[in-house]
Design a protein around this ligand. Sequence first.
Ligand code: GTP
Length: 235
Amino acid sequence: MSKTEDDITIEEITSPITENIKEDLKLKLVLLGDSGVGKTNLISRYISNSFDENTRATIGVEFFCKNFRINKKRTIKVEIWDTAGQERYKAITSVYYKGAKGAFIVYDITSRKTFENIDKWIGEIKERTTDDVKLIIIGNKTDLNNEREVKSEEALIKYQDMDIPLIETSALEDTNVNEAFINLIKIVYKDIARKEIEERKSISDNKISQGIDLKSIDEEEINENKESFTCCLWS
Ligand code: GTP
């Protein structure tokens, strides 16, 4: 039976880390979307529970980290990358996409143009990443419901067909921000766990075809690419 996202437990590791902890998994998430949709504020709400009404447009690239314990046994370091939505910073973004396992495509519910540009951002990430990157669409600024230009139903129906989850948030009022981040982490984790099982199975199958005793298969063989880390930023 396959695991659903709801079967996955995830707790943030909140104590400051002074010594290296053994990294089990590392994953990179990025935020994409037009300038001004609220990417930076969604991250600051999630990372430090703060909101800035006068945020200036992001220049360049920044990233933030959180560490989690998954299913009470594995540790996972999540890097959340923020970049400028402005077209003129497009040239710097190849480093931004590299290794991304998940992406939030953000639009502003009060701006139809930002919604219409979602397909462009989806195209951009699909083109720039080699991995099977997982997506969630965020309709931000629900606190401005009276200025809404994109109905929830319209957005839901459009992306349901593409099997991309959609969630509406307000970074200002802290609505659904945590849920959006945790959901994408779980979706990405589920995919990583599935690939690990397949990898494990393919190692076993190889050993069998080579006539090697299965008991000699060591977990470390599967985990050999994992390193140690210290986190870069704590909330
Ligand atoms: P770029 O860095 O230019 O790509 O923009 P961005 O997508 O990072 O947007 P940013 O977080 O800088 O927010 C742009 C403006 O929208 C700022 O004035 C924020 O205060 C405002 N804003 C962000 N989120 C919300 C929200 O949930 N509600 C409301 N009302 N305003 C928001």
